[in-house]
Design a protein around this ligand. Sequence first.
Ligand code: SF4
Ligand code: SF4
Length: 435
Amino acid sequence: MYPLSPPAVYAHTSVVEEPRYKQRLDRVVAALETSVEPIVYRDEDIPRMVLEDGILAGRVSMGTLEVVPDPILLLNTFRFDGRRRERFDWLHEQGIPGEGHIEAALLGYEPWRWACYNLPDDPHRGDKVCRPCWRLHFQHGCVHKCKYCGCGGILATMVNVEDWISHLDRLIAAHPWQQTYLLEDDADIPCLEPELGCLGPIIEYFGTLEDRYVVIHTKSWNVDWMLDLPHNGNTIIVWSLSADTQSREIEPVCGTTEERIEAARKAQEAGYQIRYKLKPIVPVCGWREEARAMIDLIFERTQPDLISLCVFMWHAVDDMKRKLPVELLDPKILRAAEEARIPPSETMTAPYPDDVRAEIYEYHFREIRRHDPDIPVSLSTENWRMWRRLGPMLGFTATDYVCGCGPNSTPGLRRLQVHPFDAARGGPQADFNEM
Ligand code: SF4
Ligand code: SF4
């Protein structure tokens, strides 16, 4: 696992009282760079840990901090007892608001969440094209310290993977239309492996299934431990990849561009399906040359089945400038964002205006096509306008493209066989939302 020096390690009583879970805790603690005595806690201690110990205080955009410490580690178990609503109400009564992933992780709930993207109850359905589906959760928080991200400060991981898998089996059976399952959109799950010993069983479990896939989304170099696992071709690893300056200066603890591509090469050699999301693309000075070098290296070392693109978004321009090292940003493109001043409330794609994003997409697309005339290239979480503009070039529409973590983007697929929004209309089955 990564070399880490967390300021504290918390372990719930349900972790230390079960020998198999305790072994997982012991292995992680033994692998830390500095020795830490785990603090064993009960649920009743959570309010004090949050309000007095400040375990959630470090959850701010990491680019706004002078120094970003390694996250606190917290090991817990999923409860699967149907008391999610009651336990959230209890937490709120204790003065801790919010029902985000981290609060759920503290309580031991939400092993998955229904992402209603582009369905009638999605408030952003007119402004963002994505795919409705179940998304799987096992951790919340990350060791990677990307400057634009707020997932630092604490990394909460569950340890009862065997229980999680048995409930996941029911979820999969109840939603036959969903073929691929993204594991984590706000954590980077390989980082505590193999010591944690949870991702291996997940990969092996999917390896037993027919035409069902887990999608591991990562910026990590840490793959050696997984190369010999019996994955049976049912694990897709999506590298979120960035070019050199961004990988070193803005995503400083992730693998570099070359390290991530090398990890993908090893995984590919071990039979895993690999693919890339160039997301977020931060237009730094020299972005064209760096993008070209990155894409050259992708095709020199690996054969992804698809590539998805997404320019840096979800920020007002001033918010972006607070988080990112402004001196690294392409000044002409930054000026375009400053002049446009798009507030994120108006569009999910702020701060860069459409013309700028389109230019960046077109450049990346041309570079990819220099190497491969056929590989599917799609946009991730872009808006409808951009799809109308670039769809003809990409050869897809907003409703038939395959992409990094789409729920029906199975390995090697060239175009969706089902309409992504119609396919999901059969779900979700309600009781799975209450776990
Ligand atoms: S790898 Fe992802 S989750 Fe981790 S810090 Fe970076 S953006 Fe956040
Ligand atoms: S890759 Fe596809 S499903 Fe995943 S976030 Fe992007 S658009 Fe949505």
